[in-house]
Structure formats: C-alpha cells, structure tokens
Design a protein around this ligand. Sequence first.
Ligand code: PEP
Length: 255
Amino acid sequence: MRKPIIAGNWKMYKTLKDGQELAVALRRELYKIENVDIVVCPPYTLLVTLADALEASNIAVGGQDLYWQDEGAFTGEVSPLMLKDAGCRYVIIGHSERRQFFGETNETVNNKIKASLKHGLTPIICVGENRQERESSNTFKVIESHIKGGLADISAEDILKTVIAYEPVWAIGTGLTATPEQAQEVHKFTRDLLKKMYQEEISSQIRIQYGGSVKPENITELMSKPDVDGALVGGASLKADTFTQIVVKASEVIK
Ligand code: PEP
C-alpha cells in the first residue's frame, strides 16, 4: 500500500503573517490525520517561520525549487543545504511554471533531483503535457521525455525516495481538471514506464500525485483511481478550509 501524499504549492503567495496564520489553522484542523502525508511548500521567505510553526506536527514543509550546488556565486538561488537548514523535508522540482517561465529543462531537473537526494530532501518531481501537446496526441511522448530525462542515472534505491506529480499544464490554475480517467491513464503509463526503467517491485511503491485544479469537489473521485496516490494542490492550498477538506477527503478514500 502506498501512503497518500497531499502537498500544497503556495507559489508566490502569502506574506509572513498570512502564511503563519494559515499554517497554525492547518495544524489545528489536521492534527488527527495519520494516514496521509501532508506537505506545505511556501515561498522561501516563509520557510523558517513555517518550520517553527509546524514543528513536531504531522505537516512537513517543502521548498518550491532549489539550485543544485551546495553554495557559491549564484545570485538569487537557494541550495539544498539551505532548504534543509531552514527545516524543509521536501522540495518541488520541475514545476511547469519553472519550465515555462524560468528555462527549466529535463537536464536541470535531473541535476536538482540528484542534489535534493544527496541532502536527504524528498523531491516532488513534476511532469506533464501542455494543451497543444495533448491535442496533438503527444501526451505520452512528453511524459516519457520528462521521466526519462529527469530521472537519468537515478538509482532504484533513490527513486524510492521520490514522489512524482503528474500535472497536465492545461489544468493548472485554469479550473479545468483532468477527468479521473484521464489522470489514471497517465498515472498508469508513468508507472508502467517506471516498471521498465526499474522493476515492478520498485514502480509499485512510487507515489504518483495528480495536480491541476484539485478541489474538495474532485479529490475523492481522483483519489479513487488505483494509480492516483495523492495531489499537488495550488490555488486550493491557499485557504485553510479548502486544503483541510482536500486532506480529510483524501484520508477517507479506501482502495
Ligand atoms: C500547481 O501549481 O501545482 C497546481 C496544481 O495549481 P492549481 O491547483 O491551482 O491548478
């Protein structure tokens, strides 16, 4: 059995005060949840405060990106060492907004995954096709390139320490959600690919989240699919009420 994982990607939202209030509310609302891994990924400026606010709770903190060197003259970047130091256990890597606006490639994703694993951070590795790629029937081709490129030279032992997030770009922040069937189809394709790259024993243990306009209204149906092991949530993770409902509903899905 794979333990579900629900992560909130706060993107470039929340000041210190607002983020702290949200973290305190989530801690209060979700303290009883034991069967779901819960993660929040705020902007860098909030990491230390949130790690403090969520210390010894069932909610972990993650970064939204990193640079692969430990330190150096890389203005504006943050290293895995620094994320660990700030209290992070997770880090999102290869989010489509990084690929789209900041020149992220499969190669940089691969460097970042290796760096996060080296420092004991769990990478949440994002893959997914855009609208044009889906409409031209290239979804599987894109997923294969993101998975094979991003995971190049990652050992079987290390792949078990990662989480994959399938995020169709056309569903991110648009209100359009992949149907549970569409999500399942790509999750199954991804797991089958991982089976070829590693082994069934390994691929069957890797958690694959779905991301793209996840809300309290659609989490149950998505999570009911056999290969959907959780969600990466953007907009709906910014409010205590909606994120709490998503986590609670995920915790109630029995497969
Ligand atoms: C995301 O940014 O990873 C995401 C899935 O956003 P949203 O839930 O807002 O579509």
